[in-house]
Design a protein around this ligand. Structure first.
Ligand code: AMP
Length: 282
């Protein structure tokens, strides 16, 4: 595995791979890698000839009061793990190269895709995501890009963006990797104290319970939301940011449970904001 911070070096390498007829798989990350990230890399390894992963904590997707400075970093361990997951090229650019002086261009989505769920509290977040993903796609020109269903709104936004802007890349959604008690793996889990970590399992438990009652015939989004809220409130003294049931592709709230939909939630445990979701089809 080669590691570089150079945009030019990545472009040169990709040109050569494409010239030789190879397909390019890409896994964008913010690093501090865990099994969730590695599952994306292994899948890219299986399905494409040349695998690029990026590690970049993108400042434009963090709000003013968010955890940009505290975000955990460990590039040495990340490189070791990426290599063992089969990555060919690790791209870890600097802020100076990604947003040079005078940088002025941003990709902005409008409407329900970015206004609901995490978009409500994280103003500008998806503009930052769409912008950095567009830049990375332009540098790496992947045939396939791998994203985790963990960040379900992010995938929906990126799919919409690639369709709207005629980008020549196939977006692959990969299942959420969970800890043994059900907690969705996240780099931010590192912030949790031992007590908070225990409490955090209530999130996935509430989602799994919601799935059970839906499978047993419950069709009211209001009842499902109330059930989830009750389970979380009983387990944690926390601030629930949202519990929403939305149509899978448009992210519009559902009146009745039918078709492909997603139950998504965001909760603050102590200072740590955690998200989780579950996809269903009826
Ligand atoms: P991040 O480093 O948090 O920006 O995540 C990079 C990619 O890994 C995104 O596509 C995430 O959705 C994905 N990812 C993060 N956590 C998980 C997880 N627990 N399971 C599957 N994919 C994940």
């Amino acid at each position: 595995m080669e590691t570089t911070d150079s945009i030019t070096a990545v472009k040169q390498k990709i040109k050569q791979v494409k010239h030789d007829g190879g397909s390019v798989g890409f896994v964008p990350t913010m690093g501090f890698l865990h099994e969730g990230h590695l599952s994306l890399m292994r899948r890219a390894r299986k399905e494409t000839d040349f695998v690029v992963a990026s590690i970049y904590v993108n400042p434009t997707q963090f709000g003013q009061n968010e955890d940009l400075d505290a975000y955990p970093r460990d590039i040495v361990n990340d490189a070791r793990q990426s290599k063992s997951a089969g990555v060919d090229l690790l791209f870890a650019p600097s802020n100076k190269d990604m947003y040079p002086d005078g940088y002025s261009t941003f990709v902005n989505l409008k409407g329900s895709m970015v206004e609901g769920l995490c978009g409500k509290s994280r103003k500008g977040h998806f503009q930052g995501v769409a912008t950095i993903v567009t830049k990375l796609f332009n540098i790496i020109r992947p045939d396939f890009a791998y994203f985790g269903q963990k960040d379900a709104q992010q995938i929906a936004v990126i799919r919409r963006m690639t369709r709207d802007l005629d980008m020549d890349v196939t977006i692959i959604s990969c299942p959420i990797v969970r800890e043994s008690d059900g907690l969705a793996m996240s780099s931010r889990n590192a912030y949790l104290s031992p007590t908070e970590r225990e409490e955090a399992s209530a999130l996935s438990k509430s989602l799994f319970y919601a799935r059970d009652i839906i499978q047993s015939g419950e069709r009211s989004p209001v009842s499902v939301r109330q059930t989830i809220e009750k389970i979380i409130a009983e387990a944690i003294s926390t601030e629930i940011e949202y519990i929403e049931i939305v149509e899978q592709d448009t992210l519009k709230p559902l009146e009745v449970l039918a078709g492909r939909f997603m139950i998504a939630l965001a909760v603050k445990i102590g200072k740590t904001r955690l998200i989780d979701n579950l996809e269903m089809e009826l």
